[in-house]
Structure formats: C-alpha cells, structure tokens
Design a protein around this ligand. Structure first.
Ligand code: ADP
Length: 341
C-alpha cells in the first residue's frame, strides 16, 4: 500500500531499549531522519551504534520502543523494511573465496534480477566503485578499502532507498576514507537516505546533515554539525604534572582551569595561539611551577563528549574554581572511556 509512497521520514524511532543480559546498551533512543538526508550516529567504540543499526535493519529486536524504516514498522513489517534498505558494515557480505564480480552476480541473483540485467548492474557498479580491474580476482586479495567498496557496491545492486553504513571507514587509510566519503556524497545526490555510524567527528562533520551523539545508551545531543560544534569548547592547553604540590600551585595560579586530580592534569581553554601559550607559560613562571608535559589540543571527539555529557552545567555559570572542580568530577564519572585509553 505504502511501498510506492516516499515517507517524509525515512527512519523514525521512539524509546528504543536494548540490553544484553544485565548490560543495558540502549536506554531509550529517539531518532528522526528525513528522507534524502545523511544522518550520523556518532559515538565511541561500544556505545551501541551497531546495536541501533541492527534494530533498525531488523537483524535485532528491541526490548522496547518502536521504529519505522521507509514507512514500515521494523517488527510488524520486517520483510518490507528489508526490501527497502541496504546494510553494509562490520558484518560484511563479501565472500573472499570468489571474485568481486561473482559476489556482485550472487547479489543480483538474490534480488532475482534477470541474468542480463544482473550482469549489467554488476558491471556498472564495479566501474562506479573503481573495481573493474580487480573484478576477476578473488575478493580475499582486495585491500581493506576495496573490500568496503565492493561491500557497498553489493548493497546497491537491489537499489535500496535507505542505506545503513556501519563505521564505513574504520581502519581505512586516509585516501580510502576520502574515496568512501565521495561515494557517500554521490549516493545522497540521487535521493538515497544514508544512516551512517562513526567514531570520527570529522567524518560526521564532512558527511552528515544531522548528527546524534550516542553515549551511555542515550542520545546526549542532536543537531547539525555547526550546531554541535558551537556547543563544543575551542581548543585547550593541557598541563600534566608528576608532583602533586606543583599541580596544586599551578591550579591555584591559573584561572579557568579544569582539574583532573587523578592524572594531575590541568586543562586551560585556549585558541592554541602563540600569544595564549606564552601567557600560560608566563603564568607558570611567575608561580615558579614547571609542568612535566604541555600539549595543545584542537576540538576532537573527546571534547565533544566532554562538552555534551557534562552539559548539565549551565553555559552561563561563571568559570570559577569551584565550577571547574565540579566539571572535572562530572567528567571522570560521565566519561570513563577517556581514562580507559
Ligand atoms: P558500537 O557499534 O558502538 O561499537 P555495539 O552496538 O557493537 O557498539 O555494542 C554495544 C555494547 O553491547 C558493547 O559493550 C558490546 O560489548 C555489547 N554487545 C554487543 N553485542 C552483544 C551481544 N551479542 N552479547 C552481549 N553483549 C553485546
């Protein structure tokens, strides 16, 4: 009935929960992805991104909540969802024992394409993904980037209108990553909806119309890349000490610092300019303190998580020493992953 209609929302989910035994992985996820857009679910390793993709692509069943993909309920109309979507990612469909071309033809058979049409689709897609030269070689001989491209090409054989890309560039070298980004951009230019999971802020920033940040089983922030970046503080200078007394003296001498008492590290907001660095060094000199390590950071995924998962502190709160300590405490309880690595 609705298969020929294009719903305004390609993906909508409400209150998705999923646990593995005692372990709560998703604790109430809401998603709304307009048709024809790129949506990125951004989160660190183990955040639950693959679990979310699994539920939306009908491979997993949610413990609670509802989801519709392509206008179909993932639970009640799983088959209809499967005919609408393509999924590539960690569970790659590529068979290494056969050639790239044979993999493609196998997919064409699975989609019941007539032989001629299947051959044509395979040849077109192999060419589009720059795999024509390697088409007759076993897929096991392909590089990581080539395997990902073949995986995506196989997904496109059935002409899905919604594609799930689960960490499409994790482990790829920068050049293959850029190739993949180009492919994703091309996909959306013809109206395909892309649901992309990634651990890389840069990737979400490059590709996504909207980003949702997944942490602790929940979406902790959602918005356009520009909106999210506005909520992330700029760069900072990090000072690490081995001597607790020196650490305390520096913490007292420097204003607007964020303390991490576990690692004896101070973080000072900074634009990374020579002028600001000099000011920090002058401060330390005048306090007679020497840091054991000084590093300059530009915003990255850790900063996004730090900013967004401690967002309970109102932005208008003055950066007093007390606030800084409170923030540091929140940081160590809310983002244990920072300490894990
Ligand atoms: P991500 O894709 O963000 O790395 P996953 O969705 O793969 O995260 O995993 C989220 C959490 O759920 C992880 O801690 C993982 O160990 C756990 N997990 C995933 N699949 C299973 C499973 N089948 N059984 C038990 N735990 C699982």
């Amino acid at each position: 009935m609705t298969t020929t209609d294009t719903p305004a929302l390609a993906i909508e989910a409400e209150g998705l929960h999923k646990a593995y035994g005692e372990k709560q992985v998703l604790t109430g996820i809401d998603l709304r992805v307009p048709t024809g857009t790129v949506f990125s679910l951004l989160g660190p390793n183990g955040a639950g991104k693959t679990t979310a993709v699994g539920i939306l692509s009908t491979l997993l069943t949610a413990d609670a909540g509802h989801a519709r993909v392509g206008g179909h309920d993932v639970r009640a109309a799983a088959h209809a969802v499967r005919t609408t979507i393509g999924v590539t990612g960690q569970f790659s469909a590529v068979d290494g024992l056969i050639t790239g071309e044979e993999n493609m033809l196998l997919m064409a058979d699975l989609h019941h394409l007539p032989r001629q049409e299947g051959r044509r689709a395979a040849a077109d897609l192999l060419a589009r993904f720059d795999l024509t030269d390697a088409a007759r070689k076993p897929a096991s001989t392909y590089s990581g980037g080539m395997k990902r491209r073949l995986d995506l090409a196989m997904t496109l054989v059935g002409g899905p209108r919604i594609i799930f890309l689960d960490e499409p560039t994790t482990g790829l070298d920068p050049r293959s990553r850029h190739t993949m980004w180009g492919i994703v951009r091309e996909l959306v230019s013809d109206g395909t909806t892309v649901f992309l999971t990634t651990q890389y802020l840069e990737e979400a920033d490059e590709l996504a119309d909207r980003i949702a940040v997944l942490d602790g089983g929940r979406i902790v922030a959602e918005g356009t890349p520009a909106e999210l970046k506005r909520r992330v503080p700029g760069g900072h200078v990090r000072l690490r000490f081995t001597d607790p007394a020196a650490y305390e003296r520096a913490a007292t001498a420097l204003r607007e610092t964020t303390r991490d008492d576990d690692t004896l590290t101070l973080q000072i907001p900074s634009d990374g300019s020579q002028r600001e660095l000099r000011a920090v060094l002058d401060w330390l000199d005048s306090a007679g303190v020497e840091a054991d390590e000084l590093s300059v950071h530009t915003p990255d995924l850790d900063d996004v998580f730090f900013a967004l998962t401690t967002a309970t502190t109102p932005a208008t709160t003055p950066a007093t020493a007390t606030t800084a300590t409170a923030t540091a405490t929140a940081k160590s309880t809310n983002t244990p992953k920072e300490h894990a690595r």
